[in-house]
Design a protein around this ligand. Structure first.
Ligand SMILES: [Zn+2]
Ligand SMILES: [Zn+2]
Length: 243
């Protein structure tokens, strides 16, 4: 018996049946995180580059990703990190309003099901925080991102295989990404992250927000080095290309 599989599934059933009764934005009665009026406020369309996730009408990859390919195979994005989304994600990440993550995890879970059908990645990894950051904040926000997405996915489809979670390690304590300049964010060494175990299989790498993508690139390199046959990136939100 896989108890973590069972407990996540039970938690999802209880949460969606008994607690999720109102829209997260307007508080009108709703059986999903957003009511039918608020849903169109978030642009969740999939006209994006499959490499960097930026919006645009591309056949598959934008010009930038065609000339310099990303190390992952595909990238799924729930929505853009702007206006309402940036406020809600910041509230979830920095002000303990974790329930707002569920708006994005539900959208992403839907896209994951459409993209993979029953052939989901066998392993899931998140971008790790250095242990000093976790101590400072008293929590690891990507751990919450992981759990929320897992619950949304259990609610969306019948998962018949357990998910193997991978724990990457961040070698050095660096300033948070949102406090760094774009040049510094782009200069992340690929050795900053390490995967402490050997992997055989397809990995989904999860993060809340993708800005330049350089952190995700460094994590992807460490997963490929550890033996991953393929890495895909899943993010709640992508910053528009100009930011
Ligand atoms: Zn609403
Ligand atoms: Zn691109």
């Amino acid at each position: 018996m896989d108890w973590s599989h069972l407990s996540t599934k039970l938690f999802s059933v209880v949460y969606y049946r008994f607690f999720l009764k109102h829209c997260y934005l307007c508080r009108q009665p709703s059986s999903s995180t957003l009511c039918t009026w608020c849903q169109p406020l978030l642009d969740t369309k999939d006209d994006r580059c499959s490499g960097c996730g930026t919006k645009g009408e591309f056949l598959s990859l934008c010009g930038k990703c065609q000339s310099s390919k990303r190390p992952w195979q595909s990238c799924l994005v729930a929505t853009d990190y702007e206006s309402t989304n940036s406020h809600l994600i910041r509230a979830a990440k920095f002000h303990n309003q974790h329930h707002y993550f569920r708006i994005y995890s539900d959208i992403l879970a839907q896209k994951i099901c459409e993209h993979y059908g029953e052939h989901l990645p066998t392993h899931w990894a998140t971008v790790p925080s250095h242990i000093n950051r976790v101590r400072e904040r008293g929590k690891c926000s990507n751990d919450i991102v992981y759990k929320t997405l897992k619950q949304s996915l259990y609610h969306t489809i019948e998962l018949n295989k357990p998910i193997n979670r991978l724990y990457l390690k961040k070698q050095i304590h660096t300033a948070p990404q949102h406090q760094q300049t774009r040049t510094r964010r782009l200069a992340i060494p690929s050795s900053l992250f390490q995967c402490p175990e050997q992997i055989q299989g397809h990995v989904a790498l999860i993060d809340d927000v993708m800005t330049t993508g350089s952190t995700l690139e460094a994590c992807t390199h460490s997963l490929l080095k550890a033996g991953a046959s393929r890495v895909d990136v899943w993010v709640f939100a992508r910053t528009p290309a100009s930011l």
